[in-house]
Design a protein around this ligand. Structure first.
Ligand code: 9WO
Length: 222
């Protein structure tokens, strides 16, 4: 899976070079390129934005700069271009799985009061939101998207951890315990120490069902 990210704040992407996504890149399972939109400004002061036509507060990113940055991406014709915006369809696990089947995603991160609509209409195929709140830009949402999608790319995680996890069976995860056996006077549930695999499995299933019923009854209705 290849991700190209178009952003005015490339330094924000330092975290994805570490941890699991960093390892996935080293193993060659995913490739992430961060493209600095400002490098495509033709202005002597590297200006990329201007005041909105019709008036109003703030600045809008120029369409030509975005288009030139996009046009620098090799193989862009076959890629899916996603704009991270509060106006988009909300990301969920089903959408994450379907995006993981793509070979090449281009993630466009806006800032300020947004991007000129004409270039969005020209290059964007999908507008995605990660939730109903407003941020200062699309960078954090694009990292959320890359993190969630990468987990489904072959070879990034083990098969077991994908199959066992939250949402794959429409249920929340059962609670986990590790050493010490007693912590602040609280013991680990007896059944987990029993070594009885069938009983452990049943207990975990029941925990997952009860937890979901209590905390996310909406998931059970699906
Ligand atoms: C700000 C604004 C102010 C006055 C008039 C119109 C305005 N539009 C915006 C605006 O939409 N700013 C966005 C900031 C432009 C795109 C990047 N920004 C953004 C993305 N904020 N929040 C997100 C986001 C993306 C995905 N999921 C949740 C939030």
């Amino acid at each position: 899976m290849r991700f190209d990210v178009l952003t005015l704040f490339p330094e924000m992407f330092a975290p994805i070079q570490t941890s699991i996504l960093g390892r996935a890149q080293e193993k060659g399972k995913i490739q992430i390129s961060i493209i600095d939109i400002r490098n495509f400004s033709k202005d002597k002061h590297k200006k990329v934005d201007d005041t909105p036509y019709g008036g109003g507060a703030g600045m809008v990113i120029r369409p030509d700069v975005i288009y030139d940055a996009y046009s620098s991406i090799e193989g862009r014709q076959k890629a899916k271009v996603i704009y991270l915006s509060p106006k988009g369809t909300t990301l969920n696990q089903e959408k994450v799985k379907s995006l993981a089947k793509e070979e090449h995603l281009i993630l466009l991160c806006g800032h300020y009061e947004g991007i000129d609509q004409r270039v969005l209409d020209e290059i964007v195929e999908e507008e995605i939101s990660i939730g109903d709140y407003v941020l200062t830009g699309g960078e954090l949402p694009s990292m959320v998207l890359m993190d969630s999608v990468s987990r489904y790319v072959e070879g990034v995680l083990t098969k077991e951890s994908i199959e066992e996890e939250t949402f794959s069976n429409q249920l929340l995860e059962y609670p986990q315990y590790t050493r010490p056996e007693t912590f602040l006077g609280k013991k680990v549930p007896e059944v987990l120490l029993s070594g009885h695999h069938e009983k452990i499995h049943e207990w975990r299933e029941e925990q997952a069902r009860n937890l979901t019923k209590q905390k996310r009854p909406d998931l059970l209705k699906k």
